[in-house]
Design a protein around this ligand. Sequence first.
Ligand code: S3P
Length: 447
Amino acid sequence: MTHGAPKIPGIASPSPALTGRIRVPGDKSISHRALLCGLLADGETTIAGLLESEDIMATANAVRALGGHAERTEDGLWRVTGSGIGCLKTPEAPIDFGNAGTGVRLTLGAIAGHPVTARCDGDGSLRKRPMRRVLDPLTRMGARVDPEGANTLPFALTGTNGPIPITYELPVPSAQVKSAILICGLTSPGTVTVIEKEATRDHTERMLKAFGAAIEITEEAEQRRVISLAGQTRLTGQHVTVPGDPSSSAFSIVAAILVPGSDVTVENVLLNETRTGFLTTLWEMGADITVVNERLSGGEPVGDVHVRASALKGVEIPPERAPSMIDEYPVISVAAAFAEGRTVMHGLAELRVKESDRLAAVSDGLAANGVTHETGPDWLTIEGQGAVEGGGTVQTHLDHRIAMAFLVMGLVSKKPVSVDDAAIIATSYPEFVPDMTALGAKIGLRG
Ligand code: S3P
């Protein structure tokens, strides 16, 4: 895991046109869910295209610690077997989730619905992230946390074999909180209902349904959804195909828009509309992006994204778009810095509690590279000038997306941009540097 792992500084330099085709690794959100559904299902689950990054390996370890098996076989597939819903075992040692916020929050849902006790911990970034948002509903369902009232890791969670069927309106738009409640609800003697005011990624609902859970979704208004799951159900092992991660694809897409003369295709990208707000924003900014070869893969829409270098203009990004592009604000901020005119982003409060305080980390990175901008509690404005000076060193604060976003900046700024730690990129996209270099990007690591 990433406890005190040695930092590897990285540097990106002005690059010639990026050209070629890449295939980004499997989607992180779907990969976590596939492993956990495999743990809770009867029979074997096979997974093609699982993301093999540090975050996902942390969840695979959690699956093993809770009594399941998760192994990669020679054919490249991952095979997961659990003992079915209701049959988790108490781990012998604390589970270390490293940097993985999704991994720990979803697994807490599984623990809370079983009569087991598990101690959970994480790296310096994960230990700072708020866990009350999942512990509140899970304790209402009957789980107990030690120490009582804990908001941050490490702590121990003791679950129950009959979680109380609650109706819960999410106070923050979080797919992780929604998913933890639904996963815990699998063993509940009644119906568990989650209400979201703003639609968040729906991979848990889709996957639980595919594994056989009785789950109903009512769209009450444009964004408001009511999701009900009938408990004491059984899941059956499935074959899952994991599409390419749109959040990882955003880095090569923005790089290809910004580096003059570029022409890049990113293949097999997940196009679920709860994830593609960044494409809508880039289109509004004037980016030359076309989606080709649209198809369904593993029940999710996917396509190949063809990008050509384009001049961008500043735009206003509405707050209601935030859940569908929450992880892409760092790299969209980089795009905005090279646009002509002001970009205004609203509704960014959740960025304060990601792998780092992303609003502060983006602001510091922009300042270090001479980009005029202003931030407030939940907003950011960037004065795009068509070009960026660069030359700064950006502190990544154990945040993979800050590292990748500012390396993209360095490919097109006047002077190279450095990041203090590129090793953290392995949490979500271990092949980032080789993929980008294959397209012609100049990125170096000082290991
Ligand atoms: C995720 C949900 C989002 C996102 C994270 C992955 C998921 O977090 O930022 O990278 O897989 O459910 P929140 O649920 O905290 O918004």
